[in-house]
Design a protein around this ligand. Structure first.
Ligand code: HXC
Length: 513
């Protein structure tokens, strides 16, 4: 037995070394951590249990059979983050550039299957040169096996992808199907075709970083939800992100302690500027309402005219969706609709109640928006809110105009509680635009057109640009003093703790993709 144990320990030591010290040093020189160093940072100390450390690839071509690295370029297993089980894979760039072989894919599939059977999140730390070129189609098949599992697991268990190196070609589609993507500036990139192919096909000169780096995907494509200056920040943020989520779609997110006491927030009475056209940062409203330091913004640099993110209120996780008057006056457009819809659907999958803060002047007009499909894309947000069955609360903090009033979680599409602040304006459009249309004749025939316009605009605003018509109909349940908002929301979310709504039986809906 002693001999066998010695042999085992030797193999284990070999597996720990990955592709060898030189390649580990190269990885560090690039400003990257190794697969195992990343896991050490991510998991609770001593909790990681490795699965498949002794796996060997089965490649036989191009002399690859002479190069065997135990584990085959991916460290897989399970462990805990803040005491809660997660399944992880961490690609090891020191072994064939982290490329995905048949066996590498099998290891990832194995932990995904375990995660599904046992109802816990999967976290992927991606750092890979893509399909193992020497293995050909079995490697492509391995990718597809993963994509299929990503899809089946979607909405059942949370899936998070950190991109910590290259992620190119079809390999990008596994992260793309997962719920959240994170990237690190300067050391990670994602693209379907790299700079060389781009140069050949479109004659564009572009670097990897410009084409598919963290900045490009955070602000231009919206592919990544989070970006970080370094891997340590990125990995710490994964731990924070999972704290808002349940383990699976049949559970609730963990409840945290919060400082109970006076829930009145006087600052909310003065946060909205007196002039209805003056911008302000909706984050000031969000952070006043939710538990201290609990707001965790998602997709921060993309479609900034809408703000989405996780938070806690009374210790419980919620998803916040809020128009952002500081950017494009908070108007809804294609990108903000897609961003909002995706976030709403995540929250609904995982039983995270929704808080919607409304200050929206409508949809963005123009040929660009119409020709790129604001109709289909705006409908995504409408659809997502309508189908969400989690507790849904809306607070209209200023404007709620036109179709955007309906879309932003109105009573009509299933919101449970709708509040408005006293300065709210709920109407088909702004007072000036509306008055100019319906009083066109009166204005043009008036001696003093400016005075007449002012008179009819004031009359319209007095009549319609307030929350009381909506409250009289019950479309708004209560008009509240802003400072009372937090207290009201804590109670209302608690009131709905056991909400149970079943939509009609169907295979699945057909969201306008
Ligand atoms: C096998 C690979 C590999 C791969 C890298 N290596 N990618 N081995 N298959 N796909 C090996 C290298 O030969 C090298 O081995 C080691 O990993 C490190 O690679 P370097 O090139 O030295 O590193 P670096 O300069 O950092 O460049 C990283 C890289 C580059 C940009 C990822 O290696 C690269 O372009 N690789 C090929 C990428 C690619 O075309 N992949 C296929 C994409 S198509 P040694 O022994 O020298 O250390 C695809 C389709 C998926 O993935 C489809 C799914 C449906």
């Amino acid at each position: 037995m002693k001999e066998q144990v010695e042999k085992l320990n030797k193999k284990k030591e070999q597996a720990l070394l990955g592709g060898g010290q030189k390649r580990i040093d190269d990885q560090h020189k690039k400003g990257k951590l190794t697969a195992r160093e990343r896991l050490d940072l991510l998991m609770d100390a001593g909790s990681f249990e490795e699965i498949g450390a002794l796996v060997e690839h089965r490649g036989r071509d191009f002399g690859i059979d002479k190069e065997i690295y135990l584990g085959d370029g991916v460290v897989t297993g399970y462990g805990t983050i803040n005491g809660r089980i997660v399944y992880v894979f961490s690609q090891d760039f020191t072994v064939f550039g982290g490329s995905l072989s048949e066996t590498h894919a099998e290891k990832i599939c194995k932990i995904m299957d375990l995660a599904m059977k046992n109802g816990a999140p999967v976290i992927g730390l991606n750092d890979s040169g893509g399909a193992r070129i020497q293995e050909g189609v079995v490697s492509l098949g391995g990718y597809a096996d993963i994509f299929y599992r990503n899809t089946v697991a979607s909405g059942v268990i949370p899936q998070i992808s950190a991109i910590l190196g290259p992620c190119a070609g079809g390999a990008v589609y596994s992260p793309a199907i997962t719920d959240f993507i994170m990237m690190v500036e300067q050391t990670s990139y994602m693209f379907v075709t790299g700079p060389n192919v781009v140069k050949t096909v479109t004659h564009e000169d572009v670097t990897s970083e410009e084409l598919g780096g963290a900045y490009a995907h955070a602000s231009k494509s919206g592919v990544t939800h989070f970006t970080y200056a370094n891997e340590v920040e990125c990995i710490n943020s994964i731990k924070r992100l999972v704290s808002y989520m349940p383990q699976n779609c049949d559970e609730q997110a963990p409840v945290y302690d919060y400082e109970e006491g006076n829930e009145v927030r006087e600052k909310l009475n003065t946060v909205i500027p007196a002039n209805p056209n003056q911008p302000y940062d909706i984050r000031e409203v969000i952070t006043e309402i939710v538990d201290g330091d609990s707001f965790h913004e998602v997709h921060k640099d993309y479609a900034e005219n809408i703000v989405v993110g996780f938070a806690r209120i009374g210790g419980r996780s919620i998803g916040v969706v809020a128009n952002q008057p500081a950017v494009l006056a908070g108007v809804l457009d294609i990108n903000s609709s897609k961003k909002g819809a995706r976030f709403v659907r995540f929250c609904d999958c995982f039983n995270i109640p929704l808080l919607t803060l409304v200050d929206v002047p409508g949809f963005l007009p123009g040929t660009d928006q119409e020709w790129h499909g604001i109709i289909t894309n705006g409908a995504k947000l409408l659809y997502a809110f309508s189908e969400a069955t989690v507790p849904k609360i809306t607070v209209i903090v200023r404007k709620a105009y036109g179709g955007a009033y309906d879309v932003m979680n109105s009573k009509h599409i299933g919101a449970d509680m709708n509040y408005a602040w006293p300065n709210a304006e709920i109407a088909v459009m702004g007072a000036k635009g509306a008055a100019e249309i319906i009083f066109k004749k009166e204005i043009s025939s008036a001696e003093n057109k400016v005075a007449k316009l002012k008179e009819v605009v004031d009359a319209y605003a007095e009549n319609f640009a307030n929350p009381y018509k909506a409250a009289a109909r019950g479309f708004v349940d209560e008009v509240i003093e802003p400072s009372q908002t937090r207290a009201k929301l804590i109670r209302a979310f608690k009131m709905m703790e056991n909400k149970a709504v079943k939509l009609p039986r169907k295979k699945h809906g057909n969201i306008p993709l």
